[in-house]
Design a binder for this molecule. Structure first.
Ligand code: AMP
Length: 397
C-alpha cells in the first residue's frame, strides 16, 4: 500500500478531497461532497477512471467525512493515509507558512474568521471533524494568504488611519497563495531561468480571480486585499468598486452593509454584467453567438485584468514572463487573446496557434517570436498542500 496524504478543502456547503501518493504526488482518489446541510446533499468519488455518487440525505460536513472514510475503507485505502492537509483561506498575519494543527493553531484560525466569514468557519468544521475521525494522524493547515506575507508595507497598507491596521488587522492580505507557490517555480523551470532571478506576473483566473507580481519567488503585490473581493472582475464578485458605492446603495436601495456586501460578492462580476451566467465558458459561447451583454462582460473582465497586469510590473521593475493559470487562464484562449491584445506596449504578443493549442490540460509557451514569454501552466494546489503536509509531518517525499 502506497503511503498517501489526504487533502481536504472545506467550503460552507461543500467538501473537496483528494488522496495523493506521497512519492509521486499524484491523486489516486478524489471527489467532492456538495449541498451539505440541504436535503439533496451528495458525495461523488472519482477513482480508477470511475465516478460513484452517494446521496447523504441532509448530511453535514461530519456525514461527508464519515462517508469518505467508509469509501476509503471499502477500497482498502484508509490505512495508506499518513497525514492530512487542510486548505485554509485566511491565516491573517500570523501564518507566514503552513502549520501543524494543534489547539493554538485552531484558535488562531478562529481569530481570522472575522476576516473570512464565508471560509474559515467552514475550514474549522472540516478540521474538527477530521481530528475526531483521525485522532492519531498529523494534520496540517495550508494558508492561501501566507505566500503574500512577503509584500512590503507600501503594498499591503490601505490609506486609512494606521490604527485600523495596528488594532484591527486592516490591510491587504492577498489570496490564491498556494497556487502561486506552485506556479512560480514551475514557470522558472519552464523558462530555464533560476527562480531567484525571475520577475513574473501571474494571473490565477478561476471563479475567484487574482493577479500577482512575483520577484525571485516572493510576492511583491497582488490584486486581492483584506478579503477576496478586491481587484479583478470575477464570476460573481465585483472586484474593485468605489467604496462610496456602499453609502450610495445603502441610501438608494435601503440595503444594510451586509446587503451591499452580498450584492458585490454574489450578484456581481461576470454574472451581474452579463445577466446570464458566472461561467466563463457559457459566456464565451454566448458572446460568439452574438450576445452583446456577454461580449461586454468579457471585455470588462479582460480590460480590468490588462490594467492590473500592467500595474503589477511596477513592483517588479521589469517583466520576464506573464503566466496564466486557473480554470479560465488554463482554458480560455479567447480571454488570453483579449488580455494580451491590450499589452503590446509591454512587449507581449501571442502566437495564435499556440494559444489555441493550450487548453484542457495542455500547458506551454504561447507567445510569438520577438515577444516576452507568455506561459500557460496548470496549477496544482492539492500537490502543494500534500508537499507541505508531508514535510511538516516528517514524511519522506
Ligand atoms: P476554477 O474556479 O479554477 O475551477 O475555474 C472555473 C472557471 O473556468 C469557470 O468560469 C469556467 O467557465 C472556466 N473554464 C473552464 N474551462 C473553460 C474553457 N474551456 N473555456 C473557457 N472557460 C473555461
Amino acid at each position: 500500500m502506497k503511503p498517501s496524504i489526504l487533502v481536504i478543502n472545506c467550503g460552507s456547503s461543500s467538501l473537496k478531497f483528494a488522496l495523493l501518493d506521497i512519492q509521486t504526488q499524484q491523486a489516486t482518489f478524489s471527489g467532492i461532497a456538495e449541498k451539505l446541510g440541504q436535503t439533496d446533499a451528495c458525495i461523488t468519488f472519482k477513482f480508477s477512471g470511475r465516478k460513484e455518487q452517494q446521496q447523504l440525505g441532509q448530511g453535514d460536513h461530519a456525514t461527508a467525512v464519515y462517508a469518505l472514510i467508509q469509501q476509503l475503507q471499502t477500497l482498502s485505502l484508509l490505512d495508506s493515509i499518513k497525514a492530512i492537509g487542510h486548505r485554509v483561506v485566511h491565516g491573517g498575519e500570523h501564518f507566514k507558512q503552513s502549520a501543524l494543527i494543534d489547539d493554538y493553531v485552531i484558535a488562531e484560525i478562529e481569530k481570522c474568521a472575522k476576516l473570512a466569514p464565508l471560509h474559515n468557519p467552514a475550514h474549522l468544521l472540516g478540521i474538527r471533524t477530521a481530528l475526531q475521525a483521525f485522532p492519531t494522524l498529523p494534520q496540517v493547515a495550508v494558508f492561501d494568504t501566507s505566500f503574500h506575507q512577503s509584500m512590503p508595507a507600501h503594498a499591503y497598507l490601505y490609506a486609512v488611519p494606521l490604527a485600523l491596521y495596528r488594532e484591527h488587522g486592516v490591510r491587504r492580505y492577498g489570496f490564491h497563495g498556494t497556487s502561486y507557490r506552485y506556479i512560480a517555480p514551475e514557470a522558472a523551470r519552464l523558462l530555464g531561468k533560476p527562480l531567484a532571478e525571475t520577475a513574473m506576473v501571474c494571473a490565477h483566473l478561476g471563479n475567484g480571480a487574482s493577479v500577482s507580481a512575483i520577484l525571485g519567488g516572493h510576492s511583491m503585490d497582488t490584486s486581492m486585499g483584506l478579503t477576496p473581493l478586491e481587484g479583478l472582475v470575477m464570476g460573481t464578485r465585483s472586484g474593485d468598486v468605489d467604496p462610496g458605492l456602499f453609502n450610495y446603495l445603502a441610501t438608494t436601495l435601503k440595503l444594510d452593509v451586509q446587503g451591499v456586501t452580498d450584492l458585490l460578492n454574489q450578484q456581481s462580476g461576470l454574472l451581474g454584467l452579463s445577466e446570464l451566467s458566472n461561467d466563463c465558458r457559457e459566456l464565451e459561447d454566448a458572446a460568439l453567438a452574438g450576445n452583446e451583454a456577454a461580449q461586454l462582460a468579457l471585455q470588462i473582465f479582460s480590460y480590468r485584468l490588462a490594467k492590473y497586469i500592467a500595474a503589477l510590473v511596477v513592483p517588479l521593475g521589469r517583466l520576464d514572463v506573464l503566466v496564466f493559470t486557473g480554470g479560465i487562464g488554463e482554458n480560455s484562449s479567447y480571454l488570453r487573446a483579449a488580455v494580451v491584445g491590450q499589452l503590446g506596449f509591454l512587449g507581449l504578443a501571442l502566437d495564435n496557434a499556440a494559444n489555441e493549442r493550450c487548453i484542457r490540460g495542455q500547458a506551454g509557451l504561447i507567445q510569438q517570436s520577438g515577444s516576452l514569454p507568455i506561459l500557460v501552466i496548470n496549477t496544482d494546489e492539492e500537490r502543494m498542500i500534500a508537499l507541505d503536509t508531508a514535510a511538516l509531518a516528517g514524511l519522506n517525499v
